[in-house]
Design a binder for this molecule. Structure first.
Ligand code: MTE
Length: 310
């Protein structure tokens, strides 16, 4: 199994300064080799003992360009064409906006988006983003851990799942006037998945407020799962005892399930999951179990048969 170093999750500024540092290091190493090549056998020092073999470093996470992130989107409420979403969503009204958080909680609350941002100031998180269709990106999100919001409403002891619902507004979202899915789009997580540190409520990308095509003003990001779990433009979060229905599993139960953890060993009926194409790259690369986050999340699924699709 390919191991991913958690330090790969590097803020953009550090990411670039680390590259500068590594580039500098390359010059020094190359310089040392050159100097060594100028020596003679008599003056050259005895060879140093070989260093212990190090594990190969995984490639750094190189963020996808902002242009690609905001112009290649899946958001069926606007369009089935990835390139068509941005234009149709450009006038989408994201203010005023509020999010109702309720169900099996001790302190149900409705939050205005500005208050959420004040209460839970966003931090940058650079995550891999993997669509079940076989393409991927690396996105520098700004957001806050969902766990902070859930703790604020105090889940009751019988809460086991979290359900998320997108805005229903066919006047603004032309795709909701018909189409292939039942509206509003809904998704769900088990409560322990929702409370995991990696699970993010995203409000920005590359330090700018998130645009409508990416799920403004608030969307879920669960980086170890296929992208369809990361529901956009959320208006409702509800804690439940039963596993909530989810849009894609309702539409095509033989293709999609509730868990949808990225798994290169289990193909979707229409798309192999063993490799992926990073948007901006020409060649494909191996897909990583749990999208590269196995070390952080595999324990959540101990004892589960992960070879059953989703
Ligand atoms: N959320 C809603 N409400 N509607 C959608 O059609 N598409 C999902 C997910 N969230 C979708 C959604 C899918 S299939 C993917 S791959 C991601 O959003 C795409 O996110 P991006 O456009 O920001 O890359």
């Amino acid at each position: 199994m390919i191991k991913i170093n958690p330090s790969e999750i590097t803020p953009e500024k550090l990411f670039f300064s680390r590259r500068t540092f590594l580039a500098g290091l390359g010059t020094v190493v190359a310089g040392a080799v050159l100097l060594n090549g100028c020596g003679t056998e008599e003056t050259a020092p005895p060879p140093a003992p070989a260093p212990p073999a190090a594990a190969p470093e995984p490639p750094p996470l190189e963020p996808t360009s902002y242009d690609a992130i905001i112009s290649y989107n899946n958001f069926y409420e606007f369009s089935l064409s990835k390139e068509g979403v941005a234009a149709l969503a450009q006038d989408f009204k994201t203010s005023p906006w509020s999010v109702e958080v309720g169900g099996l909680v001790k302190r149900p609350q409705t939050f205005a988006i500005e208050d959420l941002l004040k209460q839970f100031p966003p931090e940058e998180k650079i995550y891999r983003h993997r669509c079940v269709e076989g393409w991927s990106m690396v996105i520098p999100w700004d957001g806050f851990p969902l766990s902070r919001l859930l703790k604020a409403v105090e889940p009751q002891s019988n809460a086991r799942y979290v359900r998320f619902v997108t805005l229903l507004d066919p006047e603004q979202m032309p795709g909701q006037n018909g189409g292939v899915l039942d509206w509003p789009y809904q998704e769900g997580l088990r409560l322990d998945e929702a409370m995991h540190d990696l699970t993010l409520m995203a409000t920005g990308i590359y330090g700018k407020p998130i645009l409508p095509q990416n799920g403004a003003p608030l969307r879920l990001v669960v980086p170890w799962k296929y992208g369809f779990k990361s529901i956009k433009s959320i208006v409702k979060i509800e804690l439940t005892e039963e596993m909530p229905p989810t849009t894609w599993a309702l539409a095509a139960p033989h293709e999609y399930g509730f868990y949808a953890n990225v798994n290169p060993g289990v193909d979707h009926p229409r798309w192999s999951q063993s490799t992926e194409r990073r948007i901006g790259d020409l060649s494909r690369q191996p897909t990583l179990p749990f999208n590269g986050y196995a070390e952080e999340v595999a324990y959540l699924y101990e004892g589960m048969d992960l070879t059953r699709f989703f």
